[in-house]
Write a protein that binds this ligand. Structure first.
Ligand code: ASP
Ligand code: MG
Length: 407
C-alpha cells in the first residue's frame, strides 16, 4: 500500500470553515489503495491562548500539567477534522499521541521521541480509514502526556512518515513553499522547486520559519521526502530531499538569502591572551543555557585581545551579566553590547565546489557602502553581521548579486 502523510498547520485549520476545506482536500487525496495519515496542529492561536491562561493562574505552572493542557489543542482540531471528513462521506478516525503509540522521554514540554508503536494506525489503515493524528504530543514511560516543543506537529508528521515508510510527507502551511528569500523583504524572491535537507536546515534556523528544525533533522536521518506546500491552493510547493544535493552541485551555487534581526553582539575588550580563557568564558555562557552563534577573536596585541560574539536578543541581558562577571574574574576589560545589528546569510550546498562566493557577497555589500561587522562561514553558508538599518538593503543587494531575482 502506498502511504501518504499530510500535516496541516494551525492557520490551515484556523476555523471550522478552513477545517471543512482541509477535509475536502483530504477526501480528494484518498484514492483507492492509498493509506492516508493526516497530522494536525492546534487551530491557530490556541496553544498561545492556553499558555496565556496558565500564566494567569500561576507564573510557574508545573510542566506535567502544562503538557496536559496544551496537548488539548491538537485533540480538538483532530476530532473536528475527523467529523468534517466523515460528513463528506469518507471513513475517518482521530487518534491522540498515546493512541498512536508515540513514546517519548521524560522531558515535559520538549520531549524527544524514543519510538513509535503504530499498531493502531496500521489497523485503521487496514480498515481503509483515514487516520487523523493529533500532532505535537506523545507519552512518557510513566504514561503521562508529553509535548514535543513548539511547532512539534511537524516532528510528529515526519516521525510517522519514517515508521510507516511513507512515500512522501506533505507539510501544508500558509505559504506556497520555500523561497530564495523572505518575500516580505525581497518581493522578487522565487519559490524553489527542490532543496536539500542541509539547505532547509540552514534556511529554517536562519529564520525561514516554514517547518520546525527538528522535523527536518528527522527527515534527513530517516530519508523522508518532504513536500512543503500551501493548503489554500493546488500549486506544487518545494520538495526537500537528499537528491536536491547532487542536482545543485552542478549549477545552482546559492539557494537562498536569509535575514535575521534576532541577535545581539557582545564584545569583551582586553581579554588576557592565555590558554583556557575562551573556554572559561564560553563555559560560563553555556552553563547559563545561552546559545552563542558567531564568535570573533582579534589578533592579540601585547598579550591582550578583543572577543566578540552574538547571542539571541532575548538572552542579551542575562548574557551580559554572566559575561561581566567572568570578565572581572579573568581580569579582562569592559564589556560592550550592540543590539542594533542584523545578520544576512547566503545558503547553498553548491558553494562547496565554487570559489569566489564570499567575494561576490562582500562586493555586493561594498557597492551598497554597507560595512561588515562580523563574518562567519561554514561549508554551505556565509553570514555577515551589519548595522540593522542596513540589513534589508544588504539582503536585497546580495539576492540580486547571485541572480536569484525573478526574471
Ligand atoms: N500547537 C503547537 C504549537 O503551536 C504545535 C504545532 O503547531 O506544531 O506550537
Ligand atoms: Mg505550527
Amino acid at each position: 500500500m502506498k502511504i501518504i502523510v499530510q500535516k496541516y498547520g494551525g492557520t490551515s485549520v484556523g476555523d471550522t470553515e478552513r477545517i471543512k476545506n482541509v477535509a475536502r482536500r483530504i477526501c480528494r487525496a484518498k484514492e483507492p489503495g492509498v493509506g492516508l495519515v493526516v497530522v494536525v496542529s492546534a487551530m491557530g492561536g490556541t496553544t498561545d491562548e492556553l499558555i496565556r491562561q496558565a500564566q494567569e493562574i500561576t507564573p510557574e505552572p508545573s510542566e506535567r500539567e502544562m503538557d496536559q493542557l496544551i496537548s488539548t489543542g491538537e485533540q480538538i482540531s483532530s476530532a473536528l477534522l475527523a467529523m468534517a471528513v466523515q460528513h463528506d462521506g469518507s471513513d475517518a478516525v482521530s487518534l491522540t499521541g498515546i493512541q498512536v503509540g508515540i513514546l517519548t522521554d521524560d522531558s515535559h514540554t520538549k520531549a524527544r521521541i524514543f519510538k513509535i508503536e503504530p499498531e493502531k494506525i496500521l489497523e485503521s489503515l487496514d480498515e481503509d480509514k483515514i487516520v487523523i493524528v493529533a500532532g505535537f504530543q506523545g507519552f512518557n514511560p510513566k504514561k503521562d502526556i508529553t509535548t514535543l516543543g513548539r511547532g512539534g506537529s511537524d516532528t510528529t508528521a515526519v516521525a510517522l512518515a519514517a515508521v510507516l515508510e511513507a512515500d512522501v510527507c506533505e507539510i501544508y502551511t500558509d505559504v506556497d513553499g520555500v523561497y530564495t528569500a523572505d518575500p516580505r523583504i525581497i518581493p522578487d524572491a522565487v519559490k524553489l522547486d527542490k532543496i536539500s535537507y542541509d539547505e532547509m536546515l540552514e534556511l529554517a534556523s536562519l529564520g525561514a520559519k516554514v517547518i520546525q528544525n527538528r522535523a527536518v533533522e528527522f527527515a534527513k536521518k530517516f530519508n523522508v521526502t518532504l513536500h512543503v506546500r500551501s493548503s489554500f491552493n493546488e500549486v506544487q510547493g518545494t520538495f526537500v530531499s537528499e537528491e536536491a544535493d547532487t542536482m545543485s552541485m552542478e549549477k545552482v551555487v546559492i539557494r537562498g538569502v536569509t535575514y535575521n534581526k534576532e541577535e545581539a553582539k557582545l564584545t569583551i575588550t582586553m581579554v588576557p591572551d592565555t590558554p583556557g580563557v575562551a573556554a572559561r568564558i564560553f563555559k560560563t555562557i553555556a552553563d547559563g543555557n545561552i546559545n552563542v552563534d558567531m564568535i570573533i577573536q582579534n589578533v592579540s596585541a601585547e598579550g591582550f585581545t578583543d572577543l566578540s560574539f552574538t547571542v539571541p536578543r532575548p538572552e542579551l541581558v542575562k548574557a551580559r551579566e554572566l559575561v561581566e562577571e567572568i570578565s572581572r574574574d579573568i581580569g579582562a576589560g569592559a564589556v560592550s553590547v550592540e543590539d542594533e545589528i542584523a545578520k544576512v546569510s547566503i545558503v547553498g550546498v553548491g558553494m562547496k565546489s565554487h570559489p569566489g562566493v564570499a567575494a561576490t557577497m562582500f562586493e555586493a555589500l561594498a557597492e551598497e557602502k554597507i560595512n561588515i561587522m562580523m563574518i562567519s562561514t561554514s561549508e554551505i553558508k556565509i553570514s555577515c553581521v551589519v548595522r540593522s538599518d542596513d540589513g534589508e538593503r544588504a539582503a536585497r543587494a546580495i539576492h540580486k548579486a547571485f541572480g536569484l531575482d525573478q526574471e
